[in-house]
Write a protein that binds this ligand. Sequence first.
Ligand SMILES: Cc1cc2nc3c(=O)[nH]c(=O)nc-3n(C[C@H](O)[C@H](O)[C@H](O)COP(=O)(O)O)c2cc1C
Length: 213
Amino acid sequence: MELYDVMTTAETTRRFQTTPVPRGVLHRVLDKARFAPNGGNRQGWHVIVVTSPETRRALRDLYRGPWQEYLARWHGSADPARSRRLAAADQFAETLHDIPVHVIVCTDINTLAITDAALGRPSIVGGGSVYPFVQNILLGCHNEGLGAALTTLVISREPELRKLLRIPERYAVAAHLLVGYPVRRGGKLSRRPVEEFATYERFDGNPVRSEGP
Ligand SMILES: Cc1cc2nc3c(=O)[nH]c(=O)nc-3n(C[C@H](O)[C@H](O)[C@H](O)COP(=O)(O)O)c2cc1C
C-alpha cells in the first residue's frame, strides 16, 4: 500500500478472524517498526508476542476489570453513535481472548528521555520514546492486511501483567496491541481537519490551509 493510504485507513480493528498470523509476517512488521525515532536512539522497547490461548485468556480476564469501570462511566449515554462504539468495544473486550495475537510492548524506563520531568505536570515526553514504535507496528500491520487495535486499559493492572508475563521491574508496559486478520476492512476514519489544529507562527496564528495566504 502507499504510505498515505496506510496512514489514512489504519482504523482500530475490533472484530477479528481467528485465523493464525504467520510468524514471518509478525517478524516483518517488527523488523520495519524498529526504525522508529526514540530518545537518544536507546531503543528501550521489548515486545512480548502472546499467542498461547491460556495467556490470551488471562489477558482478557485482566482487561475486563478496567473495561467494566470505563463502561460504567458512559452507561446510558444518550448519543447513539457513542452507544454503538461502546457496544462494539464491549463485544471486543468479551472476546479478546479469541484474537490470535496479543502484543505487549514494554519499555525500559531507564532509557526514556523525560525532558519534561521537572515541570510539575504529567510527563508527555517519556512516552515519546516508545509510541512512535507502537504506531509503526500499527501501520505495518495494516500494510500487511492485518487489523490491529492499540489498547492501554489493562496497564492499570501492571503488577498482575508483570507476574503473568515475567516482566522485569525496570520495564513499564506501554501498550497492549491486538492483532489478527480483520472480519472486514474499510471503516472510515474520522479526524479533525488540519485548519482546526494547526496554525502558523503562534498558537493563535493563522490556520494552516491547503492553499492561499
Ligand atoms: C493511547 C491510546 C489508548 C487506547 N486504549 C484503548 C483501550 O484500552 N481499549 C480500546 O478499545 N481502544 C483503545 N484505544 C483506541 C481508540 O479508542 C481509537 O484509537 C479511537 O477511538 C479512534 O478509533 P479509529 O482509529 O478506529 O478511528 C486507544 C487509543 C490510544 C491512542
